[in-house]
Design a protein around this ligand. Structure first.
Ligand SMILES: Nc1ncnc2c1ncn2[C@@H]1O[C@H](COP(=O)(O)OP(=O)(O)OP(=O)(O)O)[C@@H](O)[C@H]1O
Length: 243
């Protein structure tokens, strides 16, 4: 269980996260919704332990998050990889980092789940499609079976069809593997379809958190309502979720 407790982070002299509280249980997906500059990437970096908070803490089962317990899927798939290494080398890097042996059976199963032809792993990141590169990014995050995976706008570099397909593959793998997923996104359609719970982040503060159906049926904060209304009017949400 991930708990983020009264997390406050300052960057460049400004408080960019203030008293953020979140919880996320294994097997569940929490979507953190927020617009550009809300502090989503700062939250991800803080959970990963890359930024030191001024105040508050990130815990996993009541203790500091162990090294290797969290993996990250970044927004830009190609930028996430060393351009000079084959995808296979990069994908297996988390195993090397943790001194774990290769597991060809697991690798083959994950490749199937992500519809990645095994031979695509022998190419360089620039030699596969963006969609394949992003799925290789998911593969790298999953390979060492971390209990927590953070996704920073994981689908925004992909076209709409590929987004839907990739999101379904990730959800299916989550059902099999049971990891907790924290997804920061401004994509309400994705959140409505794939998250169990929603947290709304605005200007570094959590405006509300709720189970997904509850949030979309009746957002409690004025900002949450405006996000849902904007998404409905853009056609990004099904009518059943219109508030
Ligand atoms: N290294 C930094 N130094 C100073 N300020 C920063 C730094 N990184 C981010 N910020 C500021 O912190 C705030 C939150 O940034 P952050 O990148 O976490 O937001 P975000 O919600 O992820 O936005 P986006 O969706 O555009 O990536 C912004 O106002 C940003 O300008």
């Amino acid at each position: 269980m991930l708990t983020v407790e009264t997390l406050t982070v300052t960057r460049g002299g400004r408080t960019v996260l203030r008293d953020v509280n979140l919880t996320l249980a294994p097997g569940r997906t929490l979507a953190v919704l927020g617009q550009s500059g809300a502090g989503k990437s700062t939250l991800v970096a803080s959970v990963l332990g890359l930024l030191r908070p001024d105040h508050g803490q990130v815990r996993w089962n009541g203790a500091p998050l162990p090294r290797g317990a969290a993996a990250l899927v970044m927004q830009e798939p190609r930028a996430a990889f060393n351009p000079r290494l084959t995808l296979r080398r990069s994908v297996q890097e988390p195993l090397r980092a943790r001194r774990l042996p290769d597991d060809p059976v697991r690798l083959a199963r994950l490749c199937r789940g992500l519809e990645l032809p095994p031979e695509s792993l022998d190419r360089l990141p620039g030699q596969v499609s963006i969609g394949q590169a992003q799925r290789a990014g998911v593969l790298r995050a999953l390979i060492a079976a971390p209990p927590l995976i953070l996704f920073d706008e994981p689908l925004s570099a992909l076209d709409a069809m590929t987004q839907k397909h990739t999101a379904r593959m990730i959800s299916e793998l989550q059902r099999e593997e049971g990891f907790a997923a924290l997804v920061v996104t401004h994509d309400l359609g994705y959140a409505a379809a794939h998250a169990d719970a929603i947290a709304v982040l605005r200007a570094g503060q959590i405006e509300e958190t709720a189970e997904t159906a509850t949030f979309f049926a009746a957002p409690q904060s004025a900002y949450g309502r405006s996000l849902v209304e904007a998404a409905v009017s853009l056609g990004a949400l099904g009518r059943q979720t219109a508030a």
